[in-house]
Design a protein around this ligand. Sequence first.
Ligand code: ZN
Length: 310
Amino acid sequence: MKEMIKLAPVFKTMVWGGNRMRDYFGYEIPGENTGEAWVVSAHPQGDCLISEGRFAGKSLSWLWKNHRELFGNIEGEEFPLLVKFIDAREDLSIQVHPDDEYARVHENGARGKTECWYILDCEAEADIIVGHQAKSKEEMKQWMEENRWEDFLKVRPIRPGDFFQIPPGTVHAIRKGTLLIEIQQNSAITYRMYDYGRMPGGKLRELHIKQALDVVQCPHEDYAGKKQISHENGYDKTFLVSCPFYTVEKYDIWGTVMLEQKQPFLIVSVIDGEGMIDENPVKKGTCLILPDGYGTVCIKGELSLMAAHI
Ligand code: ZN
């Protein structure tokens, strides 16, 4: 049976969050500090509910446990990916993630985290932090102790359409005025290095300097992958990244396009425009999963979508 899995987002209130997702996606956000919408997630801290169809009301983690055939019977305790929209009204803390091996040993068997960002919208002067400029861990430690964050961090100007792959060990932070989509391993292990001395709720948030020093790649090396655009009949396909955890491509579609869903499952997030995916109306902010064996999918309209698979 050919049924797509439509999911309802889980919203996260964050000190740095804003209210842009209300107008941008038409979401009913819970407040003016909505930092994240977890749109495809089976994580215990935000397990999306299926919004329509025969599994309506069940969670994605339930579906993963009980209907693995929808995901090509692939192995694994947990659903492997997590997709979020992030609206940063303020700067996020500077952080770094461990890889699978470090997380397994030091975080009770948890997963590491590789993530990637595609900038949907940002203010004219917006920037982002990816990487650092220390030549050794000694230098890094010294700069951190001396609060020389401007020497240490690699700040890059951004524009809508920019893409960043963030492998484990990469120092990174989203900064104010940025709206993006994040596709990542299903993990919440984050080591916070610096929080601008902020005191949300009257106290400093915990830092994890030791773990951060353990896992940071030093010296930093920029991710070498490049975007590749192919112009097809009725659509452009932009290859963004392929790594051991996920492959991400962007489709810009005008008119009617037939595509084959050949993956164990395909996560589709509409990031612009509107149209139809088979008989389902979709618009900016709609996120769904095309399960195993879905076959040919007909996409109609003027829309852009991110397609992610393992
Ligand atoms: Zn991160």
